[in-house]
Design a protein around this ligand. Structure first.
Ligand code: FES
Length: 97
């Protein structure tokens, strides 16, 4: 499914990488929103059977959006996309505190 931004990226565009691919985002976007807008359809694979998972709830409840930043699993829907971030698909599990 191709998503379309309501407003095109303009002066507030930033970039980060996801598995080495450059992703454009608007300043203030979450990582999950930017990945979905860029057409990324799987952000992780389950450790149980390897099935692909992608952001689902977009509000921090399902953990299907986990990605890895600097060796730490984070929820992409709860994490702001910042310039220069190096984000990767993860096989890590979340640490729920
Ligand atoms: S999409 Fe559900 S926790 Fe991020």
């Amino acid at each position: 499914m191709k998503l379309t931004r309501i407003e095109p990226l303009a002066d507030n565009e930033i970039t980060f990488t996801f598995d080495g691919k450059v992703i454009s985002a608007a300043s203030g976007d979450t990582i999950a929103a930017a990945l979905l807008a860029a057409g990324v359809t799987a952000t992780r694979h389950t450790p149980v059977n390897g099935s692909a998972r992608a952001p689902f709830c977009m509000m921090g409840a399902c953990y299907d959006c986990l990605v890895e930043i600097d060796g730490v699993a984070v929820q992409a829907c709860m994490t702001e996309a910042l310039p220069g971030l190096q984000v990767q698909r993860t096989t890590l599990s979340a640490s729920i505190e």
